[in-house]
Write a protein that binds this ligand. Structure first.
Ligand code: CO8
Length: 182
């Protein structure tokens, strides 16, 4: 497997955030309308995320027939979407929300529809606002990954970052009010 992803060597120390989900606990959705994990997203993936030991996040995804790309196998974009969202939960174990600035995926084996993919995302390190992560997907044997992803997420002040876009969201008015409170 080839990857150009480079994690800096001068990383900052990290600690689990005191309010982060404990190992084994389900993590809260960052947005109910999120295409990846939102419970209210009408056609979303509805991934359920679980905090793991140390700085890891686990999720499973049934590869539905509607996720087909090549005949009988998953669409690469659906897979990268799932990786983005699972890896995007890792920053919440150490601090505030973060958004993707870089995402790359190594597709190793075709992934048949009607299988269940298991994802594990891990923290590789933090440098200032940048959170370096890795994601691994398999469907049965964790030692035989079928895809591996790497991503950089940058921490944000969510209220400020989304302020100009909230009006376009399908979130309920109550939720929007909560997000726009100073
Ligand atoms: C809320 C939780 C959601 C989680 C799950 C879903 C994840 C998503 O899909 S998010 C949606 C897709 N992503 C986005 O829309 C983000 C769009 N980008 C932005 O808004 C801006 O680039 C933003 C706010 C992230 C950063 O901008 P800004 O605050 O000006 O910071 P900036 O100084 O440019 O970058 C911060 C650091 O990141 C680095 N950086 C920025 N972009 C990249 C990149 N593409 N690759 C590598 N490093 C980068 C910068 O070099 C800088 O590093 P350093 O500390 O070494 O100087």
């Amino acid at each position: 497997m080839k990857s150009s992803f480079v994690v800096p060597t001068d990383l900052d120390p990290v600690q689990r955030h005191p309010k982060a989900a404990k190992a084994g606990e389900r993590m809260r959705m960052h947005n109910p309308m999120c295409f990846g994990c939102g419970e209210e997203s009408p056609n979303g993936l509805r991934l359920e995320m679980f905090a793991g030991e140390e700085f890891t996040v686990d999720a499973a995804m049934r590869v539905q027939t509607q996720f087909e790309g090549g005949p009988g196998v998953i669409h690469g974009g659906v897979l990268s979407t799932a990786f983005d969202d699972v890896m995007g939960m890792v920053p919440l174990l150490v601090g505030p929300s973060a958004v993707t600035v870089h995402l790359e995926v190594d597709y190793i084996k075709p992934i048949p529809v009607e299988t269940t993919l298991q994802f594990r995302a891990s923290l590789l390190g933090r440098q200032r606002r940048k959170i370096y992560t890795e994601g691994i997907a398999h469907y049965g044997d964790p030692t035989q990954p079928v895809a591996v992803a790497h991503g950089i997420f940058v921490t944000i002040n969510a209220r400020e970052h989304f302020a100009d876009h909230l009006e376009n969201s399908q979130l309920s008015d109550e939720y929007k009010r909560r997000l726009s409170r100073p």
